[in-house]
Design a protein around this ligand. Structure first.
Ligand SMILES: Cc1ncc(COP(=O)(O)O)c(C=O)c1O
Length: 211
């Protein structure tokens, strides 16, 4: 892994680029600091070799996301202060180990910074929650304990992080939803709900078929 990274940075320089950073993303939903600490260790081990062998001065080292949030009553919140202290201490000692100077440490907390910290309602029934497209994988939750809900109720997934509008699509010819910004007790539509005309907007029907 380190050798491949060294080769890639050398190649980038030969091609005229000036690489100044290194990045990883081990995934979203991290509630346990240990895998993240391992990522910090491994990435700086790689950065150290790259710096030494490909002569790179790193301006930043980015450990990616994504700090998790509890989705069930059994899960507990990550202790963010403790996490910050542990990661910073590890970062500093690993930088010293490889004499990497003082590159900026970046992390991408993701949904953690926009969580709606709501209490969980008392669950009374076990259900599957599925979407409306024709894929058996269009499933938000399986065997999920939920409060009593009936047809017509609106369900909200309060904390979807990156998995919201940025990955919404018109798959199955479904118009994409509106985006609402809720802040300080006020709400604003920041992106209009699409209509079926929007879905058809870029389609052309060949003239010969209209005859
Ligand atoms: C590069 C990167 N950083 C951070 C995140 C974390 O974001 P979130 O917690 O909103 O999913 C993601 C999510 O996939 C990501 O791809």
């Amino acid at each position: 892994m380190e050798e491949e990274a060294v080769d890639v940075y050398k190649m980038a320089k030969e091609l005229g680029f000036n690489p100044i950073g290194i990045h990883t993303h081990i995934g979203s939903g991290i509630l346990d600091p240990e895998p993240f600490k391992l990522a910090v260790t491994v990435l700086i081990d790689i950065a150290g070799k790259v710096s030494e062998q490909a002569d790179i001065q790193f301006d930043f080292i980015d450990f990616g996301g994504g700090i998790g949030i509890p989705y069930t009553p059994e899960e507990s919140k990550l202790d963010i202060n403790n996490f910050g202290e542990e990661i910073t201490a590890l970062y500093k000692s690993k930088l010293e180990e490889y004499e990497l100077g003082k590159p900026t440490m970046c992390i991408e907390p993701g949904r953690y910074i926009v969580v709606a910290d709501k209490p969980f309602s008392k669950p009374v029934q076990k259900i599957d929650i599925a979407g409306d497209v024709c894929e058996s994988g269009d499933l938000f939750a399986r065997d999920r304990m939920m409060p009593n809900i009936i047809e017509g109720d609106l369900l909200a997934i309060l904390n979807a992080g990156a998995c919201a509008f940025s990955i919404a699509s018109q798959y199955n010819s479904r118009p994409r939803p509106a985006e609402i910004l809720v802040s300080k007790g006020q709400s604003d539509i920041i992106r209009e709900r699409e209509t079926f005309s929007d879905v058809l907007a870029k389609q052309n029907i060949p003239m010969r078929l209209l005859k």
